[in-house]
Design a protein around this ligand. Structure first.
Ligand code: SF4
Length: 317
């Protein structure tokens, strides 16, 4: 059953020169309940802006230029600010990149989770302490540690605590922005396992924003590859990873270490992603694409369906 449907979402940023530049351009995808989607691409490709757009949490220079975001039947783009504020946390929650370092150092972790519950008034006051303990245990932290302060937690535990806080109001969709960045490999694996378990146990929709294709392979059923603010490829992880159709996806995968073939040669992607102030015409990947033809420099490729649910935007597919 579809939980989230994003259709043709476009977001502009207005620079200090007053010119609007398109940071997210015509993004469309769907997410079912209990399913995880990996949103991948290099830094600056528009992943985080896309997520902030669908939550309508853009900074002042950003504005939604077009598109619909249907969540559980409602178009979030049409809700009043107050109605949307109600939906955030209760229905959709986000764990921001690096949030585990933003815990208040002078207040206990339990107090901070308590505050999140009180802020959104989802429980009677006399149930809140019990709920704090439940949430911590849900993410694998013993309830007694609620009284401890962030510096008494390891990095992995602080990340778990941030996930507990995001789950405070029983959301149906959790967005996690780079949830394993800055954690060591063992702890990364534990956070991936936790998110996967929460997805299954709570029938949670998950969007994982990451540059790590290994996280997507382990956790996600679908993947959306972005480049220059546009969808490059979207489809089931098994299809996209085994038979990538877009030259950018092919390059991303070739640049990523494969645990089954540790001796395999890794090829980096020559060049750098485009800056928002200097987006190329036509296909935005053409300056780096080894397969580019003349048409790529002038005409943006439309989405092309390769198989059911598998789409790539390239003139050659
Ligand atoms: Fe490369 Fe052209 Fe395809 Fe873009 S449209 S990915 S430049 S071949």
């Amino acid at each position: 059953m579809t939980l989230l449907e994003v259709e043709n979402l476009s977001t502009d940023f207005v620079g200090s020169d007053g010119v609007a530049r398109r940071a997210v351009d015509g993004l469309s995808f769907r997410l079912r309940r209990g399913e995880a989607l990996g949103l991948v691409g290099e830094s600056g490709c528009g992943k985080t802006t896309a997520m902030l757009s669908l939550l309508r949490l853009l900074p002042p220079a950003g504005r939604i230029a077009a598109g619909a975001v249907r969540f559980d039947g409602d178009d979030l783009m049409r809700l009043s600010t107050d109605a949307l504020r109600e939906r955030r946390w209760r229905d959709l929650a986000i764990v921001f990149q690096g949030a585990m370092n933003a815990l208040n150092p002078v207040r206990s972790v339990g107090e901070q989770i308590r505050e999140a519950i009180l802020l959104h008034r989802t429980r009677p006051r006399n149930e809140i302490d019990r709920r704090v303990g439940e949430l911590l245990e849900l993410v694998g932290i013993p309830a007694w540690r609620a009284a401890q302060f962030p510096h008494q937690y390891s990095g992995g535990m602080r990340q778990r605590a941030m996930i507990a806080m995001a789950l405070a109001c029983d959301p149906q969709l959790l967005i996690a922005d780079e949830p394993t960045t800055a954690l060591d490999v063992m702890v990364q694996a534990q956070i991936i396992e936790l998110l996967d378990q929460l997805r299954r146990d709570l029938n949670l929709g998950l969007i994982i924003v990451t540059h790590d294709l290994g996280v997507v392979a382990e956790l996600c059923q679908h993947v959306l590859v972005m480049y220059g603010g546009r969808l490059a490829e979207y489809g089931p992880v098994a299809d996209v990873f085994s038979l990538p159709q877009h030259p950018y996806t092919q390059r991303l995968l070739a640049a990523f270490p494969d645990l089954d073939r540790p001796d395999a040669h890794l090829e980096g992607i020559p060049g750098t992603p485009p800056r928002l102030s200097d987006l190329p015409n036509g296909c935005r990947f053409h300056p780096r694409c080894p397969l580019a033809i003349a048409r790529c420099r002038v005409e943006a490729p439309p989405p092309h369906q390769i198989a059911a649910g598998h789409v790539a935007t390239c003139h050659l597919v």
